[in-house]
Design a protein around this ligand. Structure first.
Ligand SMILES: NC(=O)c1ccc[n+]([C@@H]2O[C@H](COP(=O)([O-])OP(=O)(O)OC[C@H]3O[C@@H](n4cnc5c(N)ncnc54)[C@H](O)[C@@H]3O)[C@@H](O)[C@H]2O)c1
Length: 484
């Protein structure tokens, strides 16, 4: 499997002319010679045949009495996962790593707030994370560095060094990286979970349970997305990398698919009975980012490098078809003024649920949503076991309303009990693959492209995720640190 870096560099160069920002780049799309297509390496990787070494779906690694953890990347997101894990009994935090030592020092304060001993500090260089991954006192590494190639590099290196790994979303930025995660996880038999916290949000969990019990009938279609008005031109404190702006400057696609598609894939049993099969994607022009960068650059030379006309389109819309004939519409826009939404509409033969605009709603037909009373009744009846056991505590602890804690707690619980993790490496690969595949489609006139079957056919017999908590769920929580 070979990444054609030259293609990437050539296309990135084209971006500088503004062609990518139009979304209509694709003279190359008409040509017969695949090599002349934009992102030909993605097309090649999408068509390559692979063989499964070992099926990681449902794989239960030997249980860990103590989950000895290391954290890499302690900016905005890493400390949230660290704080959540600091509550969990049986978790020992052994290593903290960030290339900026000040962030390691700040993270040590989270441990002292919880009354936990300091962890070993790793900082001060770009590849210091390798030392943490080699540490024999660590079993499990949680990664929250800027997305891009570093996610898969660190995850692969960690697995090669005998660690389970959890990596922030998306886990891979190319198809080649996604396959590398799959193959390394299968060969080493180490878990590689993408930390898709939105799968643990309360409406998503409720409606997953209802979908499982057949309340919506056979699922037909879903709408999902990540629609969140952000201003990423504000510099990150302590000399941050502006990596969010840079990726928007150089990649025209859905850069962040899994908050939207993750919970939908769980409902549709993707990789466990069905699989994502085909995608076609279209981007609008950029109407804001280039202008904003130009304005900022006039006043402050810091923004000079961002003053280009190469920004991705503000809105990216993809349509996806599954092998069993279901469809998904997936959107991404973090630059237009709007109310936050991940949409989360799921339509089946018997009913429909829709989370956004909040509050979440459900209908079983007759043109009417369930009333508040009816909603309360279905919520009481179908609240899943994890929420019954840990929901109130999760809300008290917080982290995106509690879902961050639920995810981290259950992950540690699965490792302690020797249970399969709830999002496996095939989920990480398939959900992340939307990034390069939407990029290919946008650059090739919105042509459709095959989504690889990262399970190599095992999806046909893999069983749905167990959400009953019939096993495990016995991991306790340390006393909450006093506030203030
Ligand atoms: N699940 C969620 O809700 C959620 C929310 C925000 C961000 N994220 C994801 O989390 C990841 C991190 O985002 P963020 O907002 O925390 O970014 P950030 O820039 O605030 O933090 C990243 C940290 O990684 C460090 N870092 C960079 N290169 C490194 C290296 N080579 N070695 C060690 N440390 C390095 C940086 O110094 C920084 O402290 C991204 O993948 C993002 O998509 C997820």
């Amino acid at each position: 499997m070979k990444t054609d870096r030259r293609d990437f560099i050539r296309i990135a160069g084209v971006a500088g002319t503004g062609m990518i920002a139009t979304g209509l780049t694709s003279k190359g799309a008409d040509k017969k010679d695949k090599k002349s297509e934009p992102f030909a390496h993605t097309k090649e990787a999408s068509e390559q045949e692979h063989k499964q070494f070992f099926n990681m779906c449902g794989y239960a690694a030997p249980k860990l009495n103590k989950v000895r953890m290391g954290f890499i990347g302690l900016g905005n997101r890493g400390p949230v996962n660290l704080d959540a894990m600091a509550y969990v009994e049986g978790v020992e935090i052994k290593g903290l790593c960030d290339k900026r030592m000040v962030r390691v020092d700040n993270a040590q304060k989270i441990l002292s707030k919880h009354g936990l001993p300091p962890a070993k500090s790793y900082g001060g260089s770009e590849d210091i994370w390798k030392e943490l991954c080699k540490d024999p006192d660590i079993d499990f590494v949680s990664v929250a560095v800027p997305r891009g190639p570093l996610h898969a590099q660190i995850a692969t290196f960690a697995m090669e060094h005998g660690k389970h790994v959890a990596v922030e979303a998306p886990a891979a930025s190319t198809l080649e990286e996604a396959w590398k995660l799959v193959e390394t996880s299968e060969r080493t038999r180490k878990h590689c979970m993408m930390l898709e916290n939105c799968c643990y949000d309360f409406f998503e969990l409720l409606t997953l349970n209802m979908a499982r019990q057949g309340l919506f009938g056979e699922l037909i279609h879903a709408d999902a997305g990540y629609l969140h008005h952000q201003n990423n031109f504000v510099p990150i404190p302590e000399g941050g990398d502006m990596w969010r702006v840079r990726e928007s400057q150089h990649r025209n696609c859905n850069l962040y698919p899994s908050h939207g598609i993750g919970p939908i894939c769980q409902k549709m049993n993707i990789n466990r009975g069905d699989r994502l099969a085909l995608i076609s994607s279209m981007s609008s022009n950029d109407f804001t980012m280039g202008k904003m960068a130009a304005e900022l650059a006039k006043k402050d030379s810091f923004y000079k490098e961002f003053d280009t006309n190469s920004y991705r389109g503000n809105m990216n819309t993809s349509i996806i078809r599954t092998q069993n004939g279901k469809t998904i519409m997936l959107q991404y826009d973090i630059t237009s003024p709007r109310v936050y939404s991940r949409i989360q509409t799921v339509s089946g033969t018997k009913g429909l649920c829709q989370k956004y605009p909040l509050p979440g709603k459900i209908t079983f037909g007759n043109d009417e949503w369930l009333s508040d009373e009816e909603m309360k009744a279905v919520t009481d009846k179908y609240t899943p076991e994890i929420v019954k056991r840990m929901g109130d505590l999760a809300k008290e602890i917080g982290g995106h309303g509690g879902m961050d804690f639920l995810m981290n707690w259950r992950l540690a619980d699965c490792l302690r009990n020797g249970l399969p993790v709830e999002q496996d490496v095939y989920d990480a690969a398939a959900w992340s693959s939307i990034v390069p595949l939407s990029e290919w489609s946008v650059a090739n006139g919105s042509n459709s492209i095959r989504i690889p079957d990262f399970t190599c056919g095992s999806y046909k017999t893999n069983t749905p995720l167990d959400i009953t908590m019939s096993k495990g769920g016995n991991t306790n929580v340390r006393p909450l640190p006093s506030k203030g």
